[in-house]
Design a protein around this ligand. Structure first.
Ligand code: ADP
Ligand code: ASP
Ligand code: MG
Length: 408
């Protein structure tokens, strides 16, 4: 008899029928003698709807109120699922993050979980009550309601699994596991039976939204057993999904395990900036001071004492950063500041790269064959990322996916 934390995402609880199907699944797991703690997201589209309404009335600077608003989505789905479980003869109790309590720091809309009280949950489990916990939310210092950033229910689930020492944290979603690429873009993508947590962390941080990056970081740090599986496959014996492994197998790893992309990118180039010491910090200092994260950076070799300095930021920060860099130009001189937010970052990830050269060349060749220009490159031990024009996104993902032999 093992304890499972099961998380159901938005599509999985997107209608009353879906909630009934989730309740039936939990019922089957309980019937086979397991104990289950459930974490749920808001019903599909609900968080977007709430954010949109808040935005219309002026979300800027209103993190506290936006958290109050966004956290309401999960309150609905936990109550509905708890009712559906009761209707199936299971005692069940729904919990808001604050009721558990899942304590976070005070940064609204991107709070981090600090610790968690397990008393209510343990007492429920002792009495065969099924706790249903609102994902994505917690309680900050002074009792303030906080949320964990988009996709944050995954993080709630991993944290609950860790706190309760669960046998496994199961992320039920609308695909039946982690694929070699987003199956909605690459129809020939393959489901992976297993993937190392390092690779999963890179895929998530480089844009794959199947697991929120913080949930993977958390699982990696605390060695939480994690699996992604489908909430739509009825036959549980066929629903093995993808296991996120904490050890690399002795078997030879493929060169590349997955391809991913991020549209949340924008590029700023400061053309003809004086090539003097300190100029990089002149440019990036104000950006950092504004709390804006910089991703890739490229500085060209200087010609005639001038150089071009290019970097990328998240798309939402684009216009703010353009203003900041133009201010720098007014102070230090330089030709012009040009920006481009029609770009995407395309990445390949694989622990097999550690022991094999030539991965970059293979990726560049594949893109070149399709006439796709590479604007920037960055590499680390197990990933290579390139910036390309957004209009080539789908073609780029597909051609790189097949170049590495990942097609079915
Ligand atoms: P949930 O609402 O259950 O949290 P998400 O929409 O956050 O679900 O994540 C699931 C989606 O992630 C899938 O529908 C799929 O389109 C997308 N996705 C992106 N990359 C991958 C990948 N490599 N493998 C599987 N799914 C992926
Ligand atoms: N409902 C939240 C969101 O849409 C959290 C989640 O789904 O994980 O981001
Ligand atoms: Mg998600």
């Amino acid at each position: 008899m093992a304890l499972y934390v099961q998380k159901y995402g938005g599509t999985s609880v997107g209608s009353l029928e879906r909630i009934e199907s989730v309740a039936d699944r939990i019922d089957r797991w309980l019937a086979s003698g397991h104990r289950v703690v459930v974490v749920v997201s808001a019903m599909a589209g609900e968080t977007d709807r709430l954010i949109d309404m808040g935005g219309r009335l002026g979300a800027e600077g209103g993190g506290r109120e936006m958290d109050m608003l966004m956290s309401a989505g999960e309150q609905v789905s936990i109550a509905l699922l708890a009712l559906a479980l009761r209707a199936r003869g299971h005692a069940s109790r729904s919990y808001l993050g604050s009721q558990v309590a899942i304590r976070t720091d005070g940064s609204h809309m991107r709070a981090r979980i600090v610790d968690m009280d397990t008393r209510h949950l343990s007492a429920d489990l002792d009495k065969s009550v099924v706790p249903v916990i609102a994902g994505f939310q917690g309680v900050g210092p002074d009792g303030e309601i906080t949320t964990l950033g988009r996709g944050g229910s995954d993080t709630t689930a991993v944290a609950v699994a860790y706190a309760l020492k669960a046998h496994e944290c199961q992320i039920f979603t609308d695909v039946d596991g982690v694929y070699t690429a987003d199956p909605r873009i690459v129809s020939s993508a393959r489901r992976l039976d297993a993937i190392t947590i390092e690779e999963m962390q890179e895929l998530s941080s480089l844009g794959s939204k199947v697991l929120a990056v913080r949930s993977v970081e958390f699982a990696n740090k605390y060695k939480v057993p994690l699996r992604v599986l489908s909430s739509f496959v009825e036959d549980d014996s066929q629903n093995t999904g993808t296991l996120i492994t904490h050890e690399e197998t002795a078997m030879e790893q493929p060169l590349v395990s997955g391809v991913t992309y991020s549209k949340d990118e924008a590029k700023i180039t400061f053309v003809g900036v004086p090539d003097t010491p300190g100029v990089a910090s002149d440019i990036l200092g104000p950006v950092g001071d504004a709390g804006i994260e910089v991703d890739m950076i490229v500085q060209n070799t200087a010609l005639d004492g001038h150089t071009d300095f290019t970097f990328t930021v998240r798309r939402q920060d684009f216009s703010h950063v353009m203003r900041l860099v133009r201010d720098v130009r007014d102070r230090v001189g330089g030709r012009e500041v040009v920006g481009d937010d029609d770009i995407v970052k395309l990445s390949v990830v694989g622990v097999g790269m550690r022991s094999h050269a030539g991965v970059a060349t293979k990726m560049f060749d594949a893109l070149a064959k399709e006439g796709i220009n590479i604007q920037m490159v960055s590499t680390s031990e197990i990933k290579i990322s390139v910036v390309i024009a957004e209009r080539y996104l789908e073609l780029g993902v597909r051609c790189v996916h097949s170049a590495f032999g990942l097609d079915q």
